[in-house]
Ligand binder design. Sequence first.
Ligand code: NAD
Ligand code: UDP
Length: 311
Amino acid sequence: MKRILVTGGAGFLGSHLCDALIARGDFVICLDNLYTGSKNNISHLEENEHFNFIDADVTALDGLDADIDEIYNLACPASPIHYQHNPVKTIKTSVLGAINILELANKYNAKVLQASTSEIYGDPLEHPQKESYWGNVNPIGVRSCYDEGKRCAETLCIDYQRQFGVDTRIVRIFNTYGPRMNKDDGRVVSNFIVQAIKGENLTIFGDGGQTRSFCYYSDLIDGFIKTMDTDQSKTPINLGNPREFTILELAELIMKKVNSKSSISFNDLPSDDPKQRRPDISYAVSKLNWRPSIDIEEGLDATINYFKSIL
Ligand code: NAD
Ligand code: UDP
């Protein structure tokens, strides 16, 4: 039985990852400071003898000395409103968190998978984004605490690999959605679904012409585990669904699916909001034989049902 540490394990993606690993027969240590995560996401695992929850901050892991085989490092607020709330804390979480995790991995000869992000490409000048693209990131903007923190975490993973031989993998996650997103999370899919169900205006930032590509969580978790389990890729790997939508198209699709009487309101575009984003996943296809299987119709239906059940 593998012993696996999942940081950020009480969050949206982390809790689904804990489920998948336990279902596979692993022992999971879930570490989270509950900043944006919730115990509700893992309450069904609390009695499981193969699950252990530690309420701790990844920036201060002094007390943690657990013999582990693998670490998935997901701890970090992911929604712009949450990561901009305390930007200094956000960058500490990425940078100090990565150092602590990599030190632990070096000590126990554990493999590490770092949750990186499409945000490391910034407002991309290359489209779609390939792993070889270095990005277009503002180092001093409101998103920088997240973007630069994640870029530095990637650097640390590669340098611990080069300098100490730590076995690291990096996944660059493109916008992922699904059940267990926090209803107040602020990200676009959850915002629009909650607004459509409540009959409130859907809040489009800017003119809605900016694009994103949305991946359903189960495809992503499958990609995480495949990346950890292969020795084929020690360099960053894009994981996401390449089908691209404008934000206006997404709003219209969600209103249609919810059969909502909501209207759309157009609001100011936050600064440095990337204008376009779509992953080139050819590297994941060739190295992992991974590609998403859930299309947006199916994924949105399941997510809408989830939000209807909790609202
Ligand atoms: P989330 O906010 O639901 O999960 C983040 C988890 O990390 C939460 O449980 C939170 O409490 C925990 N956390 C935050 N700071 C911590 C700290 N200092 N110490 C311990 N725990 C801490 O968001 P998510 O969507 O599940 O994101 C998980 C990871 O995936 C993040 O690293 C995020 O950057 C990355 N990611 C997600 C997406 C996406 O679309 N969902 C896209 C790109 C990258
Ligand atoms: N967005 C929006 N309305 C919202 C929330 C977000 O129009 O209520 C836009 C946001 O400006 C961005 C896109 O949707 O262009 C995706 O935003 P999100 O916060 O989900 O993710 P990110 O910007 O990090 O990709």
